[in-house]
Design a protein around this ligand. Structure first.
Ligand code: SF4
Length: 471
């Protein structure tokens, strides 16, 4: 019997660490003692472990992952007994390899013998749900759900996406009915179903997968314990495939799909996107939460246009599309500071501030969209250019600073505006001598800078009353 520690670094993670949960199933089936922990725990560090597995998720969280690896370094006899895997190390294995001597596993553990002779194909095992129940102080979402993966890979190879690198071949992974039966047997029935596939609609046998989902208890209108059940395809559904084959929308309507999540990643896909929404609407879907990538090859106009396409569809079809903007971060960017060619730092920062006030989502309410993002593209850029607190606490500053700022900002000619936005980026990069550098500016730039850095200082963000922007 071996002592196994499974550690998830303490980054924010919405979904449970399925890789570690599968490793738990494997080691328990081998008769080992398994302990799960989030982050660094001094009691567990003082134990001598036969093996420690550490997961990784986002590349920009690799420094935190490294910190976790180093923290537990003294808790094994040999650094090779620390095994690090997951998305981030698969994308940037050198980051950990160049700084440690631990074992780095790239890609899925989807074949036997990958963890030594006789080891099973871990990716095909049922996750051990009991380990996350052992950390009651951290809540994964949704709490009472089956987490499943039926296919792997994707039929497309979008340049901004990690899936083509992480899971090269598209295909069937594991029968859903078996997955559900196994979970029921070991961990009991769950309320909802989360399908974590990258692009499930691309698989030939999709209609039989819909049938399976219905058969395991998730047909349209299904209830459990008096509550509606739901099927969440949480990685998003491919609008272009629904546009090509409307029977996919019928399939989605035959089960309790909720919410519908589509990807609207660039404005060039407007036509198939609009049509897919209409087809889904005809099949009874009214609620959508749609991903919108930005800061890749797009320009601010592109995002602004997509925001308003959603607003138009909402009023035209009487539906509710909530936008979920996702800022592109290149796979090798561990600092999260990438600025795409057509974007400016201040605009990205502005989007972040608007989303802070809207909890990351763009409301389907047209008036709200207008208040948050402006009713013209120029107004959109102006909003994004404002100092952070003027954006976040719009009502508090409307006649108390933002009005003066606007009058000054509008006096900048286009090339001066460009110069000013570049200056803001420069000032943001370095704290050193910032005050002195700001003091050198007088005239229009000097007056405007006073709104971003009163007396040369970074202002407190929290005002007395946080009324945000209401409509
Ligand atoms: S369709 Fe989605 S999952 Fe597939 S490569 Fe493109 S972004 Fe990634």
């Amino acid at each position: 019997m071996r002592n196994i520690l499974l550690a998830e670094p303490d980054y924010r993670s919405k979904f449970p660490p399925l890789g570690l949960m599968r490793l738990s199933t494997y080691h328990k089936s081998e008769g080992d003692n398994v302990t799960f922990v989030r982050g660094r725990n001094p009691d567990l560090r003082s134990v001598n472990w036969h093996r420690i597995y550490i997961s990784s998720l986002y590349t920009w969280e690799l420094p935190r992952t490294l910190k976790t690896i180093k923290y537990y370094g003294t808790a094994v006899n040999n650094p090779k007994d620390i095994i690090v895997g997951g998305t981030a190390v698969t994308l940037l294995p050198q980051y950990i390899r160049s700084k440690t001597n631990v074992t780095v596993i790239e890609g899925l553990l989807d074949r036997p013998n990958m963890l030594g002779i006789g080891s099973k194909a871990i990716a095909k095992l049922i996750p051990d749900y009991s380990i996350i129940e052992a950390v009651p102080d951290y809540e994964y979402f949704p709490a009472d759900a089956y987490f499943t993966k039926i296919t792997k890979g994707c039929i497309r190879s979008c340049k901004f996406c990690a899936v083509p690198i992480l899971e090269r071949k598209f295909g069937f992974l594991k029968d859903l009915r078996r997955q559900i039966e196994d979970v029921n047997e070991r961990h009991g029935e769950k309320q909802n179903l989360v399908v974590m596939d990258n692009n499930i609609l691309g698989i030939d046998r999709i209609q039989s997968i819909f049938d399976d989902i219905a058969k395991v208890g998730f047909a349209a209108g299904a209830m459990k314990n008096g509550k509606k059940r739901s099927v969440d395809f949480n990685q998003g559904l491919d609008a272009r495939l629904i546009n090509k084959d409307p029977s996919l929308a019928e399939g989605l309507a035959s089960i309790c799909t909720s919410p519908v999540r589509l990807a609207f990643d660039f404005v060039g896909m407007e036509r198939p996107y609009r049509r897919a929404i209409k087809i889904l609407r005809q099949n009874g879907f009214n609620e959508f939460t749609n991903y919108m990538l930005f800061n890749f090859k797009d320009a601010p106009e592109d995002l602004y246009r997509r925001i308003w396409i959603n607003a138009e569809l909402n009023s035209e079809l009487g539906i509710r599309i909530t936008g979920f903007p996702m800022r592109f971060i290149p796979m090798d960017d561990i600092k999260r500071n990438h600025i795409a060619k057509k974007w400016k730092w201040r605009y990205l920062r502005g989007i972040q501030c608007v989303l802070l006030a809207t909890r990351g989502l763009i409301s389907p309410n047209r008036e709200f969209t207008r208040a948050a993002f402006g009713s013209s593209f120029n107004e959109f850029l102006e909003i994004l250019s404002m100092p952070d607190r003027y954006i976040i606490y719009r009502e508090d500053y409307r006649n108390n600073g933002a009005d003066q700022w606007r009058r000054l900002f509008r006096r900048l000619r286009p090339h001066k505006r460009e110069e000013f936005l570049n200056l803001l980026e420069e000032l943001n990069k370095s704290y050193r001598d910032r005050k002195k550098r700001i003091a050198k500016f007088n005239g229009l730039f000097g007056k405007l800078l006073e709104h971003y850095y009163p007396n040369g200082e970074t202002p407190q963000r929290k005002p007395k009353q946080d009324s945000h922007f209401q409509v």
